[in-house]
Design a protein around this ligand. Sequence first.
Ligand SMILES: [Fe+2]
Length: 389
Amino acid sequence: MIKPIQLRQPGVIEFGVGRRETLRDHLSGVTRILAVVDPAVRPAIDDVAQIIESTGRVVEWITEVVPEPPIHEVERLRSRVRAFAPDCVIGIGGGSAIDLAKILSILSTTDEPVSGILGIDLVTTRTPRLIALPTTSGTGSEVTPIAVLTDTDAALKKGVVSRYLIPDVAIVDPALTVSSPAPVTASTGIDALTHCIEAFTNVHAHPAVDIYALEGIRLIAGHVARAVADGTDLTARSAMALGSLYGGLCLGPVNTAAVHALAYPLGGSFKVPHGVANSMLLPHVMRFNLPACALRYVRVAEAMGVIAPGIVLESDSRSKIEQAASAAVDRVVELSRECGIPRSLTEFGVRQADIDTMAKAAVLVTRLMNNNPRTMSAAQASEIYRQAL
Ligand SMILES: [Fe+2]
């Protein structure tokens, strides 16, 4: 029997080159728009800004977007957002711009401090319409119930998870990702791959989500290097945008696991970009997890195109299954190399002496660690960080 699951997604998902034009239709009935934009992705922003301005609505622009927005920065914006009183909030940019838009849409009608909504299901409502237009293919934030913020006092990234953070409308236009530079395309692309792999090998994995995860793995593995090599390749950009969207659709119902938990202290203390941290940790965590989910990694290897479908079966010997599963890990290492992603934590200033503290912090991210197919102790987390040094 198939176990029960609840799937929540945006009311509308627009996908395809040119679909940003549908934003006009989705603004019908709104009067005051709060637009949260990452100014670093300029050409894409200009394009969408023109669409918004052409509607003649009152618009307040928020451009103070920093990676994994610090909680005190979000609080600083609260009074401005409350005073503007938007009936629509639009996030345009990478995951940080969209996550900030999500949180501000909540804060626009509540006095609850951000610290009071960190965690799962602590947001009670959202009033403004929420629309997301990603300019990177990675976080999948346009369809997820998650926003990631930084607690600078604790030097840790923290998540707000709530159904109210799922945008009403996600507009995924691959043309908006063309201006994403190669290193961002690489790290966000491997982040999306990590979402799919961690969802597929998750203790909560489910057939209704596996279909997104496996197809996302196939699309991303087949196109990430091509999108990095030529950012104007719309075929590769479209495949990455869809793969990333599929990865995002895995995050609400199943979510990620140890790779993301281990990445949290790297982002919080060493400012390692989220996708880069995941890329460096992913193969080491996969090797650690392999004994617990070898057959699932065989399916990952099939989706990545490194072994032919159906040649390794559940009834095969353990060694044959594990050998085929290793092909998935090897392909992940190759892909990161092909995309030019940094391979060592040392490059970001991480030292041996930092490892045990990070490991203790990572195993406390139980929201994600509890999803991992193999239980990970602080000592084992330390060993994985050491392998990635
Ligand atoms: Fe991620």
